[in-house]
Design a protein around this ligand. Structure first.
Ligand code: B12
Length: 173
């Protein structure tokens, strides 16, 4: 990875449910500004322009990873600003991706991601749906930091399947 080992997640109250799901997967700290290390961003289309502006202006020399509804639908667009896009669910993909980045290993085997390699956009094969019984709401419910930030910890919508159609990104490694 470029520099630093910390994993940061850009807090935004509009994405607090997604953030609550991500916080229990790996050792993550919340931040309101780009930091040195691995920077995670979760966003919908409504936030995309703002996020892209922030990442384009960031000078932290970090690894930038995008996920959530907008990057999952338009990974190639997000890759104009981000180093990696997680397409769809993060429960298994994010820990694998971060482990590979930290250990300097190839990410080619990590299912459900998009990235640039040798001038090409690579989309690894789709990650099969995770078994949500292995990621119980109680795990998110036991996590509290968002409460002080006005968020909604513990909320765990179960209607998560929205598919992960990937527009214009069909090249496998
Ligand atoms: C709850 C919800 C809201 C809540 C959010 C509450 C909160 N504080 O989080 C509220 C009411 C605020 C809301 C508002 C809006 N919403 Co809304 N919302 C949803 C809903 C129903 C569930 C989202 C959710 O929390 N799921 C649970 C989490 C755990 O799942 P998840 O987000 O999919 O996250 C997983 C993966 O995507 C991934 N992931 C997510 N982020 C990241 C980041 C990284 C780095 C990584 C690696 C992985 C990753 O990992 C997670 C675990 O697997 C979805 C529909 C749906 N069923 O998904 C629509 C949805 C996200 N909303 C949508 C829209 C359009 C809106 C509004 C624009 C509506 C409006 N007209 O005002 C606004 C603005 C949203 C904004 N962000 O700016 C669209 C987004 C479409 C798009 N193109 O982006 C969706 C998909 C509904 C739809 N099908 O149209 N919304």
């Amino acid at each position: 990875m470029k520099q630093g080992n910390n994993v940061w997640l850009r807090w935004n109250k509009k994405n607090s449910y997604s953030i609550a799901a991500l916080m229990v997967l790996v050792d993550i700290e919340l931040t309101a500004v780009p930091r040195l290390g691995i920077m995670l961003y979760s966003f919908a289309t409504a936030q995309a322009e703002e996020v892209y502006r922030e990442v384009a202006a960031a000078k932290s020399g970090s690894v930038y990873i995008a996920g959530g509804p907008h990057p999952s639908a338009l990974p190639e667009e997000a890759l104009q600003y981000f180093d990696y896009v997680v397409v769809g669910e993060a429960e298994e993909t994010l820990p694998e991706l971060i482990d590979a980045i930290k250990k300097g290993r190839s990410v080619d085997y990590v299912l459900g991601i998009a990235y640039h390699k040798d001038g090409r956009t690579i989309c690894t094969p789709e990650r099969p749906a995770v078994d949500l019984d292995l990621y119980l709401p109680s795990a998110a419910a036991s996590w509290h930091p968002l409460r002080s930030a006005g968020g909604a910890p513990g909320a765990a919508p179960t209607a998560r399947r929205r598919g992960s159609s990937v527009a214009g990104c069909g090249i496998d490694p």
